[in-house]
Design a protein around this ligand. Structure first.
Ligand code: ZN
Length: 197
């Protein structure tokens, strides 16, 4: 199966949108005895581990439940708001920045206009937007790492060396490159932050 499909599946799982998480009819719960998997297919088990089917064997990719739970919580939503039950794309975007859904952000900003504190809020928001974006980028980096690791797993569970080196070397390279990117990004943020403050 192509790497792209693999990454898509893992991303969907983090967001909680993968079909094994959204459609009760396909879930493992009803078919605990035997489920035939396509090669390249990913799924969750009862303990929140993510698996991928290889040709003739399956690979445990790891746990994503913690990430998923974070994405589903909206601590700053108004009391009684039900957005967390079925968050849309807009809600998830606002959640990363404000910890609340899109509608709750709209009504919060409306209140700030009334209070006369909107401008100050907007300056702060620009900075926080940038930080939230960086957090998302890191999540994607980890997702891609997880998906790539599956390519190095042998049938007996050991990790294979490739022409390019071992998985550990590959993982280190990905982390280093992201770290460099992150430092540059923060530096830029701080210098443009001067005109923000
Ligand atoms: Zn809300």
């Amino acid at each position: 199966m192509s790497k792209l499909n693999n990454i898509k599946a893992v991303k969907e799982m983090i967001a909680g949108n993968h079909r094994t998480q959204t459609k009760n009819t396909v879930g493992f719960d009803e078919q605990t005895e035997y489920v035939k998997r396509e090669v390249g297919e990913s799924w969750n088990d009862d303990e929140g581990n993510v698996w991928e089917q290889k040709k003739g064997y399956k690979v445990k990719l790891g746990k994503l439940s913690e990430l998923r739970d974070t994405m589903k919580s909206f601590p700053n939503c108004k009391e009684g708001c039900k957005s967390h039950e079925n968050p849309k794309r807009n809600d998830l975007k606002m959640q990363a920045i404000h910890g609340m859904c899109f509608n709750c952000v709209i009504s919060m900003e409306h209140q700030l206009h009334i209070d006369g504190t909107y401008d100050e809020y907007e300056r702060k928001k620009k900075l926080e937007n940038a930080k939230a974006w960086l957090k998302q980028a890191e999540l994607e980096k980890d997702t891609i790492k997880l998906a790539m690791k599956a390519k190095f797993v042998n049938e007996d569970g050991s990790l294979e060396n490739w022409d390019g080196g071992s998985w550990e070397e590959m993982a280190e390279k990905i982390d280093n490159e992201f770290q460099m990117f992150r430092e540059n990004f923060i530096q830029k943020l701080e210098t443009t932050g001067e005109e923000i403050h």
